[in-house]
Design a binder for this molecule. Structure first.
Ligand code: ADP
Length: 437
């Protein structure tokens, strides 16, 4: 026996007894947005819920019996409007498939209740069209139900806009940051250049001080020797005269060497690192340097060995710089070697570089002073003892040139055993980026 509760009985009775007008009232009062359309070609509006009227600013009496798209045309101010087209397609889909059709969110603007009906309000809808079928499966009506999702879409759009603005800000920030970094870099570069300039100025004036001091020694020696020669000529023996002339000559040689270094310093325009790189063939430059040094080499009976790579190619380099490199390395090798020792010059071609090495078996460099060897004016204790004359700028100048030309310079040395100085320079010199703005 089924159990009947009083409530269930009341509901059953209500269902059976409800007149059509009450059903209509219930439909119209439903909170959802519903439009009932006839399946005719105009999709005539046959019923509408109050909520739909409210949402679309329309009045029931004015829209019932009207073709759907007469009441809700596309917004003529929006050339992109596809509302009519999309809705027609969906409704036709319902008619043919006799199945509900869920549409994508539509932008379907609503005419404002003005007389001209020319003003539209932007709206977004999420519509579903469902068929009402009779017993034989024919479409009696189409329920067009929509949810107004304008707020949601606008919120999404605002969010999207915010994301875009944030993105733009981030981009701008990045640019700004890059500009700032560039500015900082330029400033740093500028400060570095200024610092370098100050260093160079200091170096130049220090060198001039040292050079003039050192020039004074041989000059004084020449002065005394020549005065003695002139005033005591008759009293001097031939040997003494020769000794004086020898002294004058030696002092003069020292002066020439010093002046050459002075000229070298002015030649390397470290300031801009200007160079007159040209196509050069290295062997004759080396030969010329050795010819200039012939006297020292001969005096000390130094044996010079040359090891020139047969694959050596023509270089694109400043010949003055190349000469300076050889001059400094070979002068040192000969100067710091003992008589009868050998000096070996090797020139090897590497992929994009030329490796020059100068080997000697001379006094070497004391372990504790190796780190200072490339510092300007530095002379190791053993070198000072061995050769009193010397400026301590040769290696500094050489390293500056080599590094300025994109190369590198280093050495191996053992005190009392000898040294090898290495210079690696590019076969093709490339002017470094301009240093000063
Ligand atoms: P200078 O030779 O006029 O003193 P350099 O700048 O050419 O100046 O060399 C700096 C110092 O490096 C030298 O005083 C010496 O102590 C050391 N040096 C350079 N070349 C050699 C070498 N071939 N053997 C030993 N010591 C060297």
């Amino acid at each position: 026996m089924p159990k009947y509760t009083p409530g269930a009985v009341a509901a059953k009775e209500l269902h059976h007894d409800l007149p059509a007008a009450i059903f209509q009232s219930i439909f119209e009062a439903a909170p959802g947005l519903y439009l009932i359309l006839s399946p005719d070609p105009d999709f005539t509006i046959v019923a509408v819920s109050d909520a739909y009227l409210k949402a679309t600013n329309t009045v029931r009496a004015k829209i019932l019996g009207q073709p759907l798209f007469k009441v809700f045309p596309d917004n003529p101010a929006d050339p992109q409007a596809t509302g009519v087209k999309n809705l027609t397609a969906s409704l036709n889909n319902v008619l043919t498939k006799k199945m509900p059709d869920t549409m994508a969110v539509q932008k379907y603007d609503i005419p404002l209740p003005t007389r001209s009906r020319k003003k539209f309000e932007i709206r977004y809808w999420s519509p579903v069209n469902s068929p009402v079928l009779d017993r034989r499966g024919r479409v009696l009506y189409i329920i067009h139900s929509v949810i107004d999702v304008t707020e949601f879409v606008e919120m999404k759009q605002t969010k999207q806009e915010q994301v875009e603005v944030a993105d733009q800000l981030r981009q701008q920030n990045k640019l700004f940051q890059a500009e700032l970094e560039q500015g900082e870099k330029e400033l740093e570069e500028h400060q570095k250049n200024e610092q370098e300039m100050r260093e160079i100025d200091k170096l130049k004036s220090e060198f001039v001080k040292i050079a003039s001091h050192q020039l004074r020694t041989p000059l004084t020696s020449i002065k005394w020797s020549s005065e003695d020669l002139l005033t005591r000529w008759d009293k001097l023996s031939d040997d003494q005269r020769e000794q004086y002339v020898q002294q004058i000559h030696a002092s003069n040689e020292r002066m020439i060497a010093l002046i050459r270094e002075l000229l070298d310093i002015s030649k390397i325009d470290i300031e801009n690192f200007t160079t007159s790189a040209e196509l050069v063939w290295l062997p004759p430059i080396l030969d010329q340097v050795l010819a200039d040094m012939a006297k020292e080499i001969e005096q000390k009976h130094i044996n010079i060995d040359q090891n020139i790579d047969p694959n050596l190619s023509v270089m694109f380099f400043d010949p003055v710089w190349l000469r300076l490199i050889f001059q400094n390395l070979l002068t040192n090798a000969v100067k710091y070697s003992a008589s009868d020792q050998s000096v070996t010059i090797s020139v090897a071609r590497q992929t994009v570089d030329v490796l020059i090495s100068v080997f000697d078996s001379g006094c070497g460099i004391p372990e504790g002073q190796k780190s200072q060897i490339f510092s300007k004016f530095f002379r190791a204790d053993n070198a000072k003892e061995l050769v009193s004359e010397g400026s301590g700028v040769g290696l500094y100048i050489t390293k500056t040139i080599v590094e300025g030309a994109g190369g590198s310079m280093w050495f191996d040395s053992t005190e009392n055993k000898g040294s090898t100085f290495y210079v690696k320079i590019p076969i093709k010199y490339q002017r470094p980026a301009a240093k000063r703005g």
